[in-house]
Design a binder for this molecule. Structure first.
Ligand SMILES: Cc1cc2nc3c(=O)[nH]c(=O)nc-3n(C[C@H](O)[C@H](O)[C@H](O)COP(=O)(O)O)c2cc1C
Length: 414
């Protein structure tokens, strides 16, 4: 074996700045998610590398944002001008050769989130074998290169980009190297778009999966809509209990649990709707609303109460809240409980949405608290706030269009 260096192999990972890396992947991704995904994919790759390689590890990049991850994985950061993989690989080769770090190198792009250490080990073993002139080549399906093991590397000119695999074969022949074509499952898929990544979600490393689930979670938040086209059957008892448990993980003032929920049986709904209707009719008449309009509104409201597959009532109690003699603070304190109710209901609506139920908020109980309490025989301390209607989604219902948030009127910096 002609190994004269301390290490057989140095591993090089080339990664552009998180702004430039994977520009196709970034389309539709916010700066946070782009950065998070690029860093997570890199971390998964470095974890795989370090499972089988404790020798030199070099990250080539134009960006200073990999300093922390480099330090954690014991990698040298070498800076290039960020032009591309070919230049990055040349920079790394020069660095490794000038510092006499190893006899051979492995060059990897930073976006191989499925990389398994066993596949990497296959390349390491080829390079540490007695064979002195060898190129281990992992080609992607589109003719690119996903991994390259080069021994010796001093006169080898790396090629990267479209068709790079065939150019590497030419380059290997020019250097009189034996070419070993690799078929490594975990190095096969080169991730170009976010859809590519979602498709292989189950086989990527832990960090990338976590980054994807953060993205999915946020997509769920923004995709939730009030979904009023719902049909039965009612939700299972255990399902409702789980949704209420999630509601009860909402933040609340002074570590209280001020929420109370009632699952309203269909046999109690007619009485409930009619009692609430009496109160609403009175309010509307006092407003001077015409009878026609009142009739329509009450019918509509009754219909929603009667037909909701599952109808939950949310109430608030004052247990554990501070009491104040002055009205201003007493109102503010009750305001805290109401904020917390909103948080609890949003938890519930989001959980219903991710379970693919249709659900929406009905605020009528807040305007007819006594009628609701009487109809359902509730404790006087329970203050009805809102219904949530939940069921299976009907296919023909289209929620109201909601344009993406425009923060320009809603966020200021001081
Ligand atoms: C406090 C509150 C009260 C609401 N009351 C009702 C209601 O009585 N009936 C109804 O259909 N939707 C009600 N909604 C749902 C809103 O109309 C809905 O959230 C809003 O139009 C935005 O649409 P989206 O939920 O589809 O994003 C209420 C929402 C909140 C937060």
């Amino acid at each position: 074996m002609s190994n004269t260096k301390k290490y057989d192999t140095a591993v090089v990972v080339a990664v552009q700045s998180t702004d430039n890396a994977k520009s196709r992947l970034s389309s539709g991704l916010s700066p946070f998610h782009r950065r998070n995904l690029v860093l997570s994919m890199l971390e998964d790759l470095l974890i795989a590398v370090r499972e089988v390689h404790n020798g030199p590890l070099v990250i080539v990049t134009e960006s200073s944002e990999y300093a922390e991850i480099g330090e954690r994985f014991g990698a040298d950061i070498i800076f290039d001008d960020g032009k591309g993989f070919k230049e990055a690989a040349e920079t790394a080769i020069l660095h490794i050769s000038n510092n006499d770090l190893s006899d051979s190198i492995i060059i990897l792009p930073g976006d191989l989130p499925q990389a398994q250490s066993s596949d990497l080990n296959t390349i390491l073993e080829i390079l540490s074998s007695p064979e002195s002139n060898v190129l281990a080549l992992s080609a992607s399906e589109d003719g690119g290169t996903t991994a390259l093991g080069i021994k010796p590397y001093a006169t080898f000119s790396p090629q990267f980009g479209p068709d790079s695999a065939s150019k590497h074969r030419v380059e290997a022949n020019r250097n009189a190297m034996r070419i070993i074509e690799l078929s490594l499952n975990s190095f096969k898929i080169d991730v170009d778009t976010i859809d590519d990544l979602m498709l292989i979600e189950n086989t990527v490393g832990r960090q990338t999966r976590k980054a994807l689930s953060t993205l999915t979670f946020e997509n769920s938040i923004s995709a939730r809509r009030s979904f009023r086209g719902i049909i039965g059957p009612p939700l299972e008892k255990s399902d409702i209990e789980e949704l209420v448990s999630l509601a009860m993980t909402a933040p609340a003032p002074h570590h209280t649990t001020p929420w109370r929920f009632v699952v309203i049986d269909s046999k109690n709904r007619l009485d409930l709707a009619e009692n609430m209707g009496l109160k609403w009719r009175k309010d509307l008449q006092e407003d001077g609303t015409t009878n026609d309009v009142i009739q329509k509104a009450l019918e509509n409201s009754k219909q929603r109460i009667m037909t909701a597959p599952t109808l939950l009532l949310g109430c608030l109690v004052a247990d554990g809240l501070n009491t104040y003699a002055d009205t201003a603070r007493a109102e503010a304190e009750w305001g805290l409980a109401q904020h917390s109710f909103g948080a609890a209901l949003e938890n519930l609506l989001l959980a219903a949405h991710t379970r693919d139920y249709g659900a929406y908020w009905i605020s009528a109980p807040l305007y007819a608290q006594e009628a609701v309490r009487d109809s359902l025989d509730l404790d006087d301390a329970w203050q009805p706030q809102a219904f949530v209607a939940i069921g299976r989604k009907t296919l023909d219902y289209k929620p109201f269009e909601r344009p993406p948030p425009d923060i320009s009127n809603n966020l200021i910096w001081r």
